[in-house]
Design a binder for this molecule. Structure first.
Ligand code: AMP
Ligand code: GLY
Length: 426
């Protein structure tokens, strides 16, 4: 089967790696892909959805998998389906679960899915009134897509009011902030849970933990994610059961009832507060860097998973995972997340002496470009690559991920040195 992966990150690279393990995958295409996905398949310089659909028709592409949220919110799945092409990802309507925080919060309320107490408003007075009823810290969120930056955790009431003013005036996030959500702060530990959905049925992948802050011990500014590990032992069967019963089942049922069955990856941002899973947010795609750890844990075919997800056939899926842990460490460019950095050549030492290490560690490339003349890879994005280690224990997986980090060189590289600390430094 010929397969197209939409996107350019480490997430899409890891999906490509997983697909390449299945011999049923013939031609693999990426649009646009990155400087390293050309090792796994063919990069296409096409972004127009109709032209991508033309390409799929002309090249017998039987399945398209969408990595990032933007094309979903813009309706790529609707267009492909209208043209009779199979695509794994939600419709534009269903993608509002991520595209609009207000839509998401109101949906959760309509279907009794546990979430933080909140109001949505475009009125400063109303926001101030609600803020006065809450204890600090207080969370203020812009409505639209802001690349993960639209959330302010205000330390006190005045800071919360200032954030409200900045957002509603349009100064902080432009249009995305003209309507806001103010909500109570949840104090607990955070999980990334992914359900692969086909509109009706679903399978849940092992829960992961991301590391959103730039520096060790969760200090510094928020980023897209500096590393992750899975499965996390912080989740037990009881929490999975509560997630099934209180979150995933009512969400899929509600989306179907409301005329927008959810197909694709439901990314559930969960805060576990005193043993109770409470929903922070939904995204409609894999997390990045969580995907880079989950894909190598998949023992059964990734093609089968995504194809059955796209064709409403998950009830016939037999999914299996390796009985291992994965730890992924993001290596970022010099000025990430503040500004872009000058391109820097990437050099990876050859692993010569240690077979076991070589088999249990790999790189998922993200913000990289291949130079047309010298053929070398250059760090050109913020999050450049993810070093992934696998092991029978989280310690082993972490050790291998950091051994690999030690073998990757580019000017200005930096990373957190404590990925998976939540379960190792207790
Ligand atoms: P979001 O974009 O809604 O996921 O928010 C980004 C990050 O802000 C989350 O991953 C949490 O770490 C934090 N956050 C968001 N909402 C809350 C909340 N109500 N209580 C505590 N932390 C939150
Ligand atoms: N790693 C979090 C995200 O992809 O939004």
């Amino acid at each position: 089967m010929n397969v197209l992966v939409i996107g350019a990150g480490g997430r899409e690279y890891s999906i490509g790696m997983a697909l390449r393990k299945d011999e049923n995958v013939e031609s693999l295409y990426f649009a646009p892909g990155n400087g390293a996905t050309d090792e796994l398949g063919v990069n296409l310089d096409i972004s127009d959805f109709n032209k991508l659909a033309d390409f799929c028709e002309a090249n017998d592409v039987e399945l398209t998998i969408v990595g990032p949220e933007a094309p979903l919110v813009e309706g790529i799945a609707d267009l492909f389906e209208e043209r009779g092409l199979k695509i794994f990802g939600p419709s534009a309507k269903a993608a509002q679960l991520e595209g609009s925080k207000i839509f998401m919060k109101n949906f959760l309320a309509r279907h009794n899915v546990p979430t933080a107490k909140y109001i949505e408003t475009d009125s400063i007075e109303e926001a101030y009134k609600f803020i006065n009823t809450l204890e600090a810290p207080i969370v203020v969120k812009a409505d639209g897509l802001c690349g993960g930056k639209g959330v302010i955790i205000a330390k006190n009431h005045n800071e919360a009011k200032k954030a409200v003013g900045d957002m509603l005036s349009g100064n902080a996030f432009g249009e995305a902030g003209t309507s806001i959500v103010v909500e109570e702060f949840l104090d607990g530990y955070e999980l990334s849970v992914f359900a692969i959905c086909d509109g009706e049925d679903y399978v849940v992948l092992p829960a992961a933990q991301d590391h959103k802050r730039l520096h060790n011990n969760d200090q510094g500014p928020n980023t897209g994610g500096m590393g992750a590990y899975a499965p996390t032992p912080l989740v037990n069967d009881e929490i999975y059961k509560k997630l099934d019963e209180r979150v995933i089942v009512p969400t899929l049922k509600g989306m179907k009832e409301e005329g927008m069955p959810f197909k694709g990856v439901l990314f559930i941002g969960v805060m576990v507060v005193k043993g109770e899973p409470i929903i922070l947010e939904y995204n409609v795609r894999f997390g990045d860097p969580e995907c880079e750890e989950l894909m190598p844990l998949l023992k059964s075919s990734a093609l089968d998973l995504f194809y059955k997800g796209a064709t409403n056939d998950l009830k016939n899926l037999k999914i299996e995972f390796h009985d291992k842990f994965a730890v992924g460490v993001v290596m970022a460019s010099k000025d990430y997340p503040y500004k872009s950095s000058a391109p820097a050549e990437i050099i990876v030492d050859e692993i010569v002496h240690d077979e076991i290490f070589a088999q249990h560690a790999h790189i998922s490339y993200a913000g990289v470009t291949r130079d047309k003349e010298d053929g070398k890879l250059y760090a050109t994005g913020g999050r450049v690559l993810v070093c992934v280690g696998l092991g029978d224990t989280i310690e082993d997986a972490q050790k291998r991920a950091y051994m690999l980090v030690g073998q990757v060189h580019f000017a200005g590289k930096h990373c957190r040195t404590d990925i998976a600390y939540q379960v190792l430094n207790k």
